[in-house]
Design a protein around this ligand. Structure first.
Ligand code: GLN
Length: 492
């Protein structure tokens, strides 16, 4: 394996070489840095790199640790001590995190090396990464298209072989949807499974951190490191931690998979539909039983989400007032002027739209009609899933109704953009776990665009979701397909 080819590897493959001492952690980082210099100008995945600190850590890496010596990319909404944490917003320009998020502390304890921060929609609000106030990120499969969002930088970095693996965050689909559009694996844990301490809050009751990787096994390896109880996050669950990577197998005998009829709606791209149908057949041939399921309140998920998420965001973003972090308006004439101008200058249009929406939904007189009602419907959506999981072990659907769309295509129409998450949002409302993994390609204007398959699982049943996803993945060749800009894969 030459230095040039190294970044093509995933986490498990890199580890093998590190443990055999065929490469050193420093060589891995150097190779990654060269590759980033060569291609990230075109992709735009990274907002900042910290090569110097990474090399220092690499030189003392213990490769026998579970992720020993493995460099990872981190969505720029997760705090890494001493590093910028822009959240893709002007309001955090110049701010540096003063502590490590719990997931970063845990990654370091497992031997991993956080070495760069990736682009995102401002405060994780969006589905294309175009809401970043810093830069554009392009889809590695077709540079005229979006990588998905909001964890678009992490997804594009993994797809373009400028990261071995990455962390993202998912409030309504922001790990799974960019994973689908960029042709990588993205995993959203059960709410409370992974600590949110050090994740800048968007909608605290929905946010979860999770991995974006080249394979299902790699996602399980990252989950092994980051999952678990954290006294610093009062919503974190204190439940036993399985070894997610230990039980991956190849057959699906005895597994019952539910096909929610509400998810095979009109408006799904025919090539996406065909790929999902083929994947269902494939799982069936591996032994899974396929059962038709109904989730009757699905239609309301997007509306409920945009009330609850904006309500929480309006409260969470109140802290950006020009006093504590980042940007501060010049020569304020008083406190209100400082707050007002700092926020007017610092927040982009989508963030402002959501603060206004959320404040409205929470205001007295409208609270009952919007917020409370949305909470009640959210409970019905949760019950839909609970009932479905009495009959099946997991649910299958497309991750996104369409493959990657063109840059600029949806920016003028926020509602169109909101629909990008129509299949991912309900999982956050219900607090369950889910994964997106590659299941085929759409041919569009001479480009091959990845299609993602979503599997949703019961709360805390991530082990089973990894098992099912891995069995499917290993029975297909989709995960070996490479974006045109990626490195042609040779066997490690
Ligand atoms: N696209 C959805 C939104 O804009 C979900 C974002 C996310 O999961 N962070 O809110």
């Amino acid at each position: 394996m030459t230095e040039k080819d190294l970044p093509a590897l995933g986490i498990a493959d890199l580890q093998l070489l590190l443990r055999r001492k065929e490469v050193s952690a420093r060589e891995a980082i150097n190779a990654l840095q060269k590759r980033i210099e060569a291609v990230d100008g075109e992709i735009g995945a990274y907002l900042s790199l910290d090569i110097e600190a990474a090399i220092k850590e690499a030189d003392k890496a213990n490769v026998e640790l579970p992720l020993g010596g493995v460099p990872l990319a981190i969505k720029d909404i997760i705090s890494v001590i001493g590093q910028p944490c822009t959240c893709g917003s002007k309001i955090l320009q110049g701010y540096r995190a003063t502590y490590d998020a719990t997931v970063i502390r845990k990654l370091r304890a497992a031997g991993a090396i956080p070495f760069g921060k990736t682009n995102l929609d401002e405060f994780a609000m969006g589905s294309s990464t175009e809401n970043s106030s810093v830069k554009l990120t392009r889809n590695p499969w077709d540079l005229s298209r979006v990588p998905g969002g909001s964890s678009g930088g992490s997804a594009a970095a993994v797809a373009a072989d400028i990261a071995f693996g990455a962390l993202g965050s998912d409030t309504g689909g922001s790990i799974r949807q960019p994973a689908a559009l960029s042709g990588v694996v993205g995993f959203k844990p059960t709410y409370g499974r992974v600590s949110r301490f050090g994740l800048v809050a968007f909608a605290s009751s929905l946010d979860q951190i999770g991995p974006l990787t080249k394979t299902v096994r790699d996602a399980a390896l990252i989950m092994n490191a980051i999952a678990g109880h954290d006294p610093q996050d009062s919503t974190s669950l204190n439940e036993p931690l399985p070894d997610y990577a230990a039980t991956l197998g190849n057959d699906l005998r005895g597994v019952r998979l539910g096909l929610p009829k509400e998810y095979m709606i009109e408006g799904i791209d025919p090539q996406v539909k065909a790929a999902i149908n083929a994947a269902v057949k494939q799982m069936n041939s591996l032994g899974a039983e396929i059962i038709d399921i109904s989730l009757p309140h699905t239609d309301h998920a997007v509306a409920v989400y945009y009330i609850l998420a904006t309500a929480e965001a309006s409260a969470n973003l109140a802290r950006f007032d020009g006093v504590r972090y980042g940007h501060r308006a010049e020569n304020p004439r008083g406190m209100l002027d400082l707050y007002g101008r700092t926020r007017a200058e610092g927040f982009g249009p989508e963030v402002k739209r959501r603060i206004i929406l959320g404040t409205y939904a929470l205001s007295s007189g409208y609270y009952d009609a919007y917020y409370l009602r949305a909470q009640n419907v959210c409970e019905l959506i949760r019950q839909d899933f609970a009932k479905a999981f009495e009959k099946v072990d997991a649910l299958i659907s497309p991750t996104s109704p369409v493959p990657a769309f063109k840059l600029g295509e949806r920016t003028a129409d926020p509602l169109q953009m909101y629909l990008a998450d129509i299949f991912t949002i309900a999982a956050n409302l219900a607090g369950i776990c889910g994964i997106s993994l590659p299941c085929g390609f759409a041919e569009v204007e001479g480009h091959r665009l990845p299609i993602g398959l979503q599997l949703l699982g019961k709360p805390l049943d991530e082990t089973r979701i990894f098992q099912i996803a891995h069995a499917y993945e290993q029975s297909t060749e989709w995960h070996n397909a490479r974006a045109p800009i990626a490195i042609a894969r040779r066997d490690a």
